[in-house]
Design a protein around this ligand. Structure first.
Ligand code: NAP
Length: 315
């Protein structure tokens, strides 16, 4: 692996990376996709993907990502599981340093996505996996017939709140303002759902409990008043699902690739970054709409542009 030079290395196997892998491998580029976890990125943790054209009822995130991965593999893209620690991009041959190996390529596509934001309140970290979750698909079934709170007012919070009503007895959306940010169609679904309640102008100030979550302390964002909410004694526990946005996964890049003040990579419409031969695709870049459909589009453009770049380099 150390001396092998790929035409393109793609960092991340979410929809953007998998689409880039498909297009690059199909164009006969020697393609490697490096992913530290499971292929699929954020859609792997998404219950339903009903806004990707062609994905109809019952299309799950894990199902869609598995099919995308298989398709890229069928065209010859190689996959490796490794965590990338550092990239060196100043020379013509780009170096990628992982925990397991070092990799080389003529071009790079950074599609490492974004990670869920945490509230940062007391008791949140301690209760991860014990009642605090950032993935309804993964943990929703643990809360069958129980009560759960969903923090956030965007598309993710509202969509996952609706999904959680399949399991939970009651779902309360906790939002820091008095109006949701989510798309109107999602809001309508939530307002119509009898299992969903709303706690507006509220934030979570503390999460408490011996082991599992037993109490949530809410703060009223208007009056500043604190209120303790205890689990129903017959349940004993509460679920807290947090969907308050994402942070781009760009720390490992250092300061070589230009980002905006929030850390998202700046590209032109050809997905080119400020460094020649380095492209970015998907949620990791500055863009107005972060969706599967825009991620796969980015991936395709990045792969085609990487191919042109490598061809130019090879003379
Ligand atoms: P988002 O759109 O950034 O919304 C984050 C929500 O969390 C906002 O309501 C925000 O409140 C709230 N928030 C942020 N920080 C907070 C904090 N510290 N404490 C309490 N609340 C906080 O994020 P998202 O919903 O995760 O969506 C991310 C992207 O994925 C968006 O582009 C979205 O459209 C897309 N997405 C789309 C779908 C879909 O189309 N089906 C599903 C999921 C995600 P404010 O409103 O007050 O800012």
């Amino acid at each position: 692996m150390k001396n092998h030079i790929y035409d393109v290395i793609i960092l991340g196997a979410g929809p953007a990376g998998l689409s880039a892998g498909l297009y690059a491998a199909r164009a006969k580029m020697k393609t490697l996709i490096i992913e530290k976890g499971i292929a699929g990125g954020l859609i792997f943790t998404t219950s339903e993907v009903d806004n990707y054209p062609g994905s109809m009822e019952n299309a799950t995130g894990p199902g869609l990502s598995e099919r995308m991965k298989q398709q890229a593999e069928e065209f010859g893209a190689e996959f490796v599981t490794d965590e990338v620690l550092k990239v060196s991009v100043k020379e013509d041959i780009k170096m990628v340093e992982g925990t397991m190996n070092e990799y080389k390529a003529r071009s790079l596509i950074i599609a490492a996505g974004a990670l869920p934001k945490t509230i940062g309140c007391e008791g949140e970290k301690e209760h991860i996996g014990q009642g605090v979750s950032y993935c309804a698909t993964c943990d929703g079934s643990f809360f069958s017939s129980l009560e759960v709170f969903v923090v956030g007012g965007g598309d993710a919070a509202v969509e996952e709140a609706v999904f959680l009503t399949k399991f939970a007895r009651k779902v309360t959306i906790v939002h820091r303002r008095d109006a949701l940010r989510a798309a109107k169609s999602l809001q309508e679904k939530a307002f119509k759902n009898e299992k969903i309640e709303f706690r507006f102008n509220s934030v979570v100030e503390e999460i408490k409990g011996e082991g599992a979550v037993e109490t949530i302390v809410f703060k009223d964002t208007v009056s500043g008043e604190l209120t303790e909410y205890n689990a129903d004694p017959k349940d004993g526990i509460i679920g807290v699902f947090i969907f308050i946005g994402y942070t781009p996964n760009t720390k490992f890049l250092g300061n070589v690739i230009k980002t905006d003040s929030s850390g998202y990579i700046m590209t032109d419409e050809k997905m080119a970054t400020n460094v020649e031969g380095v492209f970015a695709a998907g949620d990791i870049r500055v863009k107005p709409l972060r969706q599967v459909v825009t991620a796969v589009s980015d991936g395709a453009v990045a792969a085609v542009e990487a191919e042109k770049y490598v061809e130019r380099m090879n003379g």
